[in-house]
Structures are given as C-alpha cells and as structure tokens.
Design a protein around this ligand. Structure first.
Ligand code: NAD
Length: 260
C-alpha cells in the first residue's frame, strides 16, 4: 500500500521505530531511518530495511532535540528519496525520578525529544504532504499520554502533549488528504523499558525476571508485553485506505492498562 511513497521514522535504530520502519518498507515505502547507534550497526539496519521491500532505505543522523537538524532531516528526505508522505514521530527517551529531584536538564531533553521534535517534523513535512494531497502523520504517544505514573513527570507531560498536538494538527489537516493520529502502546520490551526493569531489580533486590513480572503486573492486566510488530501493524493500518477517515484519534494497544 506504500509503493512509491516515502516514510520518515524517527528513532528507528531500535525498538518500536525499527519495527515500524521494517513494516512500512515491507509495504513498499522508501524509508528514511534516524536514531543513534554504532555506525556499522546502523548500516546493517539500513541494508536489512532496504532488502525488506522494493523501496530504498537511507539514514539521517538528526538529533531530535535540535530543530535545525530536524528541518534538514525532512529536506534531505524529500531531496534524496523524492517526497515525504509518511512521518512517524517515534524517537523518545525516559528518565525516572521524583519531581523534586528531577534533573532540569532531563526535563528539557524529554520535552524536546518526546514532544517538540514532533512539532518540528510536522511543521517541515506538512507543506509537502498538503502539496501532494496525501500524507500520514503518526505520533507514537503512550498509555502515559492518557494516564500518569509517579516519577515520570517529564515523560507523562510530553506524551499528554503529543496527544494534544495530534488533535490540533488533525483539525488543521481535516480537508487536505493528510491525517494525523496517535498510537498509545503499553509496556513494550525495548531497551527503554529494559533499563527500567534492571533499575527496579537492583532497587528491590529481586531478579530481572521477577522485576519484569512485577512491572507488567502493576499496569498491564494481560501480563504480556505489547510488541513492536503489533504496533507496526497499527501504523500500516493508519496508512491504509481503511483509515482515511481517522483524524486525531488514539489507537491504544496496552493489554488493558488504561481500561482499569
Ligand atoms: P528505544 O530506546 O528502543 O528506541 C528509541 C529510539 O529513539 C532509538 O532509535 C534512539 O536512538 C532514538 N533516539 C533517542 N534519542 C534521540 C535523539 N535525540 N535523536 C534521534 N533519535 C533519538 O525505545 P522504544 O521503547 O522503542 O521507544 C520508542 C517510542 O515509543 C518512544 O517515543 C517511547 O516513548 C514510546 N513508547 C515506548 C513504550 C515502551 O514500553 N517501550 C511504551 C509506550 C511508548
């Protein structure tokens, strides 16, 4: 469904973004990868994604906390891959600490990377999508866009902001052929969550496996991690004709977390 279309997936060198990039490539899209990591490992990912479908795969090293680099990511994608039809705003980081101890620098970084970066990609890509008369903006929010947990003030504030941004952009795009929607995952076992599990194991003096089970048990009644593949399938769905009338919506895949 994405032949001759180009997708940017921010933060696609790992986890959910990598899964989404692979699924969009399998649907025929050219993919612009982005994210941090070892250069050789990133080149291997680029080759794998290129081999996944008929489209091309390229990589841009933009730091998603830097607006000028984000503008360059969008411009270079259009210049090298021909267009910008799909933007998946996925790059994200986490920091866990009580609000009174929360490092100011971590607050600023989380707001920049998890929230403001989506504004910057949308601001740069939307004129191209409107001109083409078709576009898909997909923001990876979180259950933490809908409900809160303690010690995650910056992350929860940023993800609530992402859902607000999604709705506001959706209204502006209503009659342009461009849609803007969000996906809200529950716990996904990626490096971002693995760090939290290991911190929990060390803090509570329990095994990593026990920490993983208590983490799931506290929030996610299904006791199964949401997978990058499940979330990637939702992103593909949002690009499909079946989702053409979805505008400003939140697709939740969280094992029951926010049903409670
Ligand atoms: P991850 O750590 O596996 O991947 C994060 C990606 O973002 C990596 O490619 C990393 O290099 C990139 N990144 C980080 N900082 C960057 C920066 N400044 N510039 C460019 N790229 C940067 O994490 P993940 O779990 O796959 O998370 C992806 C998204 O999904 C995030 O927005 C996260 O908040 C969201 N999410 C994750 C979970 C979960 O349980 N893992 C749940 C809900 C939402």
């Amino acid at each position: 469904i994405l032949a001759n279309k180009t997708a940017i997936v921010t933060g696609s060198t790992s986890g959910i973004g990598l899964g989404v990039a692979r699924a969009l490539a399998a649907e025929g899209a050219n993919v612009m990868l982005n994210g941090f990591g070892d250069a050789a490992a990133i080149e291997q990912i680029r080759k794998d994604i290129a081999a996944t479908g008929p489209g091309k795969a390229a990589y841009h090293p933009a730091d998603m906390s830097k607006p000028a680099e984000i503008a360059d990511l969008v411009a270079r994608t259009a210049a090298t891959l021909g267009s910008v039809d799909v933007v998946v705003n996925n790059a994200g980081i986490q920091h866990v600490a009580p609000v009174e101890d929360f490092p100011v620098e971590r607050w600023d970084a989380i707001i920049a990377i998890n929230l403001s970066s989506s504004f910057h990609t949308i601001r740069a890509a939307l004129p191209l999508m409107k001109k083409a008369g078709w576009g898909r903006i997909i923001n990876i929010a979180s259950t933490h866009g809908l409900v809160a947990s303690g010690h995650k003030t910056a992350y929860v504030a940023a993800k609530h902001g992402v859902l607000g941004l999604t709705k506001a952009v959706a209204i502006e795009c209503a009659n342009t052929g461009v849609t803007c929607n969000a996906i809200c995952p529950g716990w996904v076992l990626t490096p971002l969550v693995q760090k939290q599990i290991e911190a929990r194991a060390a803090e509570q003096k329990i095994s990593v496996e026990q920490a993983r089970n208590t983490l799931l048990g506290e929030k996610q009644p299904q006791l199964q991690f949401t997978t990058p593949e499940q979330l990637a399938a939702l992103a593909v769905f949002l690009c499909s004709p079946a989702a053409a009338n979805m505008q400003g919506s939140q697709l939740v895949s969280d094992g029951g977390w926010t049903a409670q």
